[in-house]
Ligand binder design. Structure first.
Ligand code: TRP
Length: 374
């Protein structure tokens, strides 16, 4: 049965068919060959690559070939600071940290306080700035290298960023922006310009070093439309086309069948600011279950882990393949009950968040070292 879904940088709705999306977006599936090539350099593969949570790319093959010839590359990713950080945001950052360590390369991280001010009618500049600093603590808490990680807060790095953005903007027409992002005549003019600002950090490593350095962007696949623009203009400005590696989305707790408009709702995800009790309540109450209606039926026929959100979240969070497989098998056979599966996720999240909160507290003192200034 064909299911409807929408993926744009501003909204993700329905159960996403990732094969179809790759076709629609014109990206490439990460081949086993390419995975093996990465493995040759990194040793053990990150579980998000093994499990194809990162599944699609643009020019990663070219980037790896250049790397083998001794060319450097840099990482670029970012965050729209419209609120507190949630688990979905952390997924690509966790993987980015692995890439930084595995290849020992710099990361440029963009906090788009300007974008969120422009696109969210209710948010003030003060609020998006405040969230930029708060969200930056979540990033730093993941253990990024302070010597090699550069956080760009757009409105505070504007001198450098603006000069790159206008170079990009000169090469992008309004009809191009309309076609890629679906802008209309009612869209504010800030938004028409804004994709040039998200493209700017793609070229920043080249500009700062005076060498041609390709960037690799690890991010959820909804950001890909921006990279189409950035890649179009790159050769016109004399920079290497940015490469990208895309991940799937951490599903909403309420499941794909959950009311679509609540996809951003408080009950559909876990924020890094949620305390232990809140985490437990949300998972127990809202995490969509693939279990059977009665205990007897569940024991007899088993549950369906593939649609069970607690299992699907553990696929994103539990790096131990054996442990994960046991959970899968036990749930499918009926040995593991829905409440027990949920409890495994609650414990996983609360263990992680406890340490995360402590590291976030320590990050406050480090913040200054990370923020890029001009
Ligand atoms: N537009 C992104 C958001 O709303 C933020 C962002 C800026 C970003 N640059 C990026 C995300 C690079 C991923 C990669 O979340």
């Amino acid at each position: 049965m064909a299911k409807d879904f929408i993926v744009t940088p501003w909204e993700v709705k329905g159960e996403v068919d990732y094969d179809k999306l790759v076709e629609q977006f014109g990206t490439s599936i990460i081949s086993d060959d390419l995975i093996n090539k990465i493995k040759k350099h990194t040793g053990k593969l990150h579980y998000m690559l093994r499990r194809k949570i990162f599944f699609s790319h643009r020019d990663l093959d070219i980037l790896m070939k250049e790397y083998e010839q001794g060319k450097k590359f840099a990482l670029y990713t970012g965050r729209g600071p419209s609120g507190h950080t949630h688990m979905g945001h952390l997924i690509p950052w966790i993987f980015t940290k692995w890439l930084q360590d595995a290849f020992d390369i710099p990361l440029y991280f963009q906090m788009t306080d300007d974008e969120k001010f422009l696109c969210k009618p209710k948010l003030t500049q003060e609020e998006t700035k405040k969230f930029s600093y708060e969200n930056a603590l979540d990033l730093i808490a993941l253990g990024f290298n302070p010597k090699k990680t550069f956080i760009i807060i757009d409105t505070e790095y504007s001198k450098t960023l603006y000069n790159i953005a206008i170079q990009v903007a000169k090469k992008v027409t309004a009809s191009n922006a309309k076609a890629v992002f679906g802008f209309t005549n009612e869209t504010n003019i800030g938004m028409y310009f804004w994709p040039a600002v998200q493209a700017a950090p793609c070229f920043l490593p080249s500009i700062l070093s005076g060498e041609k350095i390709r960037t690799l962007i690890p991010a959820a696949i909804d950001q890909d439309p921006y990279w189409r623009i950035a890649r179009d203009v790159a050769p016109k400005l004399g920079y290497p086309k940015t490469a990208a590696i895309h991940c799937t989305f951490l599903p909403a707790l309420t499941g794909p069948k959950g009311k679509m408009s609540t996809s951003e709702g408080m009950q559909s995800t876990i924020f890094t600011t949620d305390d232990e009790k809140t985490v437990r309540n949300k998972i127990m109450k809202y995490a969509f279950s693939g279990g059977k209606d009665t205990l007897k039926e569940h024991r007899k026929h088993g549950g369906n882990p593939d649609i069970d959100i607690s299992y699907r979240w553990l696929r994103f969070l539990e790096d131990n393949d054996k442990k994960l497989k046991k959970i899968y098998d036990d749930y499918k056979s009926g040995k593991l009950l829905s409440g027990e599966l949920k409890q495994i996720l609650v414990d996983k999240l609360n263990n992680f968040l406890k340490k995360h909160r402590e590291k976030k507290e320590k990050a406050k003192k480090q913040l200054d070292k990370f923020i890029l200034k001009d």
